[in-house]
Design a protein around this ligand. Sequence first.
Ligand code: OGA
Ligand code: NI
Length: 313
Amino acid sequence: MATLNPIDLSGLNDERLASSVRAQIAEACEKNGFFQVINHGVPVELTDRLKEVGQMFFDLPKDEKLVYAGKPVIGAEGYGSRMVLNDAEPKFWREFVELHTLPLSERHYNYWPQQPAEFRETVEKYTLAVLDLAHRLLAVISENLGLKPTYLKEALGETHQNIVFQCYPPCPEPGKTLGLPEHSDVGGITILMQEGDGLQVAAANNTWELVPNHPNAFVVNLADQIEIITNGRYKSANHRAIVNSDRTRRSYVTFYHPAKDQKIFPAPELVDAKAGPMYRELFYIEYLQALAAGRFGGKRLVQSFAINNPLVS
Ligand code: OGA
Ligand code: NI
């Protein structure tokens, strides 16, 4: 998948290159909603420090990590682990820390590790820089669709940003276990930094394509609300994380969600007058409730918000 070759965002600041970079982003969004970027403006000192504090936290003894344990429900904050070999499908093999970073009123510092000491400051700086990148990408993506640059940012409303530190330790049965099973991200846009190969994206003919780990690159993927707002023009891609038997893999995933009471609907400019909208209007809370209920009959969750439209697949 050629679109997984990193797109060099420094070209956006150069008049001679900007239109080509925009076109590369448009092509990647159109084809599979998954791409990598380099020269993205998040300083390497910050990405390095984030990886360092993440590793230092996961290396702590279990009882020190459990101080930050969260409830075992989707989207709950705090530390958790799911290391199951002999369970029913789907299997998981990961430890994680999930933190809400925005809005500030939802920052619950009691879940934020105090070890290592620079954890909190590093996460605050990193997520701010990633937020800025998300806004720059949303502006390019909006304009690529013929919308005003602020369209997607406004359509997603007040930003609810989370960061999840994922840690996939070596697994004795990597062939039978997944770090994270197949899913699409439910929010707006996700920006992921990985250390080590293991992320796979759904490709043609029911195959999986490895998203190669490039130093200093971010993986960007469009999530379900962008699929709805773009009226299906851009699809959210299914992906998963595999594990291996010999080394720990970590990833740092920043999610950009709408507020729960945000109304999400296809942009009128992207709705064909004859065919009508492909998805119904919804409040984001309904989407989260449907996710928690977990009954999507083997289909993608976003399909349950499709209006009886044969063009939605
Ligand atoms: C996720 C995700 C993949 C990875 O956290 O939603 O898809 O490689 N993670 O950790
Ligand atoms: Ni994901």
